[in-house]
Design a protein around this ligand. Structure first.
Ligand code: GUN
Length: 293
């Protein structure tokens, strides 16, 4: 039987409409317009495109978006100085530093210079530390892992007590999504390049999250029948038959895995649209918290 397709595009659209309505209500009733500042250092084309998409989505939801662009050779002091100014600016409720940063910059120090209450990406070392600890709550949950959890919940997955396997241990997705699954009382295994017999480990999973960046690596015989499969991968592969000469695929061989899984996200159209949606949600949360002061 073919799996239920978890339509991230449709779920994201509905959530963005709710967020836009909330933004309008904040403006009309409280005179508050949420604002986000994006910081992009250098000219990585993929990062430029992500930042553009984030800014557009913010504007569509009624959130102010302030774009800051620094040259590739910007110094640590310049980047931290900008973040310091944004941290003190009351019109800015969220600060997003697009990753990766150029290699001469100290990423941890830069992420640590974001005001904790404006860390809408959830990458401040204190927020990540809280996410890693039992009984502690981060101020913000990193957007892609947060989107994965919302998709699992919307698809009706029983997370508590489930065997969850996360493929990949990146700071941006693999590690935080594993911690969120653990907080939700799943039994979590994190796999990486040194894991022995990856297919056998994956086959145990009732919930499988693939975040390795390898095109269509997860095959049908890696997946337990009925499993929930969340594909975070977004990989550009050559395809001479496609108009542009390439196409996008996930980390999961979708066509064959959908015949085994119980529910699966497509890629594109699954996790991707959720990442930006959760950024909008975190920004509205940050703005609303300023009202409570
Ligand atoms: N680079 C890749 N994914 C992300 C993300 O979610 N946030 C930021 N800031 N940079 C990224």
């Amino acid at each position: 039987m073919s799996a239920k397709i978890i339509d991230g595009g449709a779920i994201a659209k509905e959530m963005r409409q709710e967020i836009a309505a909330e933004v309008e209500q904040l403006r009309a009733e409280q005179g508050l317009t949420p604002g986000i500042a994006t910081v992009l250092v250098g000219e990585n084309p993929a990062s430029q495109s992500y930042v553009r998409m984030k800014s557009r989505a913010c504007e569509k939801a009624g959130i102010l978006s302030f774009g800051h662009y620094l040259p590739e050779e910007a110094t640590q002091e310049e980047v931290e100085g900008l973040i310091h100014d944004l941290s003190a600016d009351p019109t800015v409720h969220g600060i997003l530093v697009q990753l990766p940063l150029p290699s001469h910059l100290d990423e941890e120090a830069i992420l640590g210079s974001v005001a904790l209450e404006k860390d809408v990406d959830g990458f401040h070392p204190i927020n990540i530390g809280r996410l890693a600890m039992k009984g502690r709550e981060p101020l913000f949950i990193p957007c892609t892992p947060y989107g994965c959890m919302v998709l699992l919940e919307k698809a009706g997955a029983q997370i508590e007590g489930a065997e969850a396997v996360v493929l990949g241990r990146s700071n941006i997705v693999g590690l935080p999504v594993a911690m969120l699954l653990l907080h939700a009382n799943a039994t979590v295994t994190i796999c990486h390049s040194r894991t022995k017999d990856l297919p056998a480990v994956c086959r145990k999973a009732g919930i499988l999250v693939a975040a390795v960046g390898r095109p269509e690596m997860v095959k049908a015989d890696w997946v337990k029948p009925g499993a929930y499969v969340i594909d975070v991968g977004s990989n550009k592969v050559d395809d001479p038959t496609a108009e542009k000469g390439y196409r996008w695929v996930g980390d999961v061989a979708f066509d064959e895995v959908k015949e085994v899984a119980g529910a699966i996200t497509p890629s594109p159209g699954g996790v991707g649209p959720m990442t930006i949606t959760m950024l909008l949600k975190n920004t509205v949360t940050a703005a609303k918290r300023t009202l409570a002061d």
